[in-house]
Design a protein around this ligand. Structure first.
Ligand code: PMP
Length: 393
């Protein structure tokens, strides 16, 4: 007889390894064209500039960069982020900014702060897989909000709030992961109003807002949040590099002070070195020009992907038309089993993420998420050719 398992916590009962991580292991081989994962284009990372910033930090502020720092974050970086918030239409002082270990940590802190076992989180359906995981850690119950091509439908919220007494709503208004859908301005305003009227906390997750390659920018939900119900999270992962693990949250004071306590308990503070390097990089280089380069590349890749799909996919498949970000979402015929398609795709050296895991509740067998930020236009065309042949077959 094998030894009994250690007495793990009950929360582990519902934790599952991410299928994306499993798929990524298979797709690491260079001959596989991968639309899986969610990796930014590595050739656009500002490696030389970050290296120069790191050299400067170590030469000028070496001991500060290697010392413990404040839990709130490096003051100058918090100030830079506050100015960035103003550019996005959010009024925030440096003191309102909590620097975190990626925006993923904000999701963990929000879960810790609000969720007792069985508490309800409202989400888009589908939604970001690692947000589902983060909230599952606290044994959350997920209730999907009805959505259409303009994002979640705010008018559905009052009834859901009445029925389920949710602790918060989690939303990704810009170029959502996984669908690429953007929440319209009117709906953002309506959401802020309903949140105020019904005392609903909103976790607004915005990692992709700066990656708009067409259409006009829409202010965040937080822009309309006069009642202090919205927690706004963003990150440098898509605008500098994800390996830095630098994100932030701007939250109402009563939320901020408690998140800070939880952050202290969790990791004391975000890496001093990374924060100083990021701040130095941000203040020495033209961010607008760097962002423009990323937007142009992703916009081009999206056009190539959309064009290749249009010319090769069989009838019965449709897909979203994102205006930014890194993902496109394909809806297949009702009978499609995307997991089975993936098995065949991997044998044919092309990969994607089946949609199932992005649905916190039931459903979702016939969906595919395609990432287009991490492959060159040539590989995108070749990959779609392989995928479409399997979908036809
Ligand atoms: N939220 C969403 C919607 C994401 O897609 C991601 C990254 N893929 C994150 C949060 C986490 O990003 P990071 O921790 O790198 O800031």
């Amino acid at each position: 007889m094998s030894d009994p398992l250690p007495l793990f916590a009950r929360r582990m009962d519902q934790m599952r390894p991410s299928t994306i991580r499993e798929i990524l292991k298979v797709t690491a081989q260079p001959d596989v064209i991968s639309f899986a994962g969610g990796l930014p284009a590595p050739e656009l990372f500002p490696v030389a500039e970050v290296r120069a910033a790191a050299d400067e930090v170590l030469a000028e502020h070496g001991s500060r960069a290697l010392q413990y720092g404040q839990s709130e974050g490096y003051p100058l970086l918090r100030g830079w982020i506050a100015e960035e918030m103003a550019r996005r239409g959010i009024k925030a002082a440096a003191d309102d900014v909590l620097v975190t270990n990626g925006s993923q940590q904000v999701l963990d802190l929000a879960g810790k702060l609000f969720l007792n076992p069985g508490d309800v989180v409202l989400t888009e359906n589908p939604t970001y897989l690692a947000a589902i995981q983060a909230f599952q850690t606290f044994e959350a119950k997920f209730v999907p909000v009805p959505t259409d091509e303009h994002g979640l439908i705010p008018e559905a919220l009052p009834e859901l709030i009445r029925q389920h007494r949710p602790k918060f709503l989690y939303t990704i208004p810009n170029f959502q992961n996984p669908t690429g859908i953007t929440l319209s301005a009117a709906r953002r305003q309506a959401l802020a109003r309903i949140a105020a009227e019904h005392n609903l906390m909103v976790m607004e997750d915005d990692p992709y807002g700066k990656l708009r390659y067409r259409g006009t920018e829409i202010p965040p939900v937080k822009h309309w949040d006069e009642a202090g119900r919205v927690m706004y999270a963003s990150t440098f992962s898509k605008t500098i590099a994800p390996g830095l693990r630098l994100g932030w949250v701007v939250a109402p004071p009563e939320v901020f002070s408690r998140m800070l306590i939880l952050k202290q308990a969790s990791d004391l503070h975000t890496s001093s070195f990374d924060q100083l390097v990021a701040y130095t990089y941000l203040t020495r280089h033209d961010q607008a020009a760097h962002l423009e380069k990323i937007r142009r590349a992703y916009g081009e890749r999206y056009e190539v992907l959309d064009g290749a799909l249009r010319s090769a996919m069989p009838p019965g498949f449709s897909w979203t038309k994102p205006e930014g970000g890194m993902f496109l979402w394909i809806t297949g015929p009702d009978q499609l089993d995307a997991l089975e398609l993936l098995q065949r795709a991997i044998r044919n050296k092309v990969a994607f993420v089946p949609g199932r895991d992005f649905f916190p509740a039931e459903g979702g067998r016939n969906f595919l998420r395609l990432n287009y930020s991490n492959a060159t236009p040539e590989r995108i065309r070749e990959g779609v050719g392989r995928l479409a042949a399997l979908c036809r077959g």
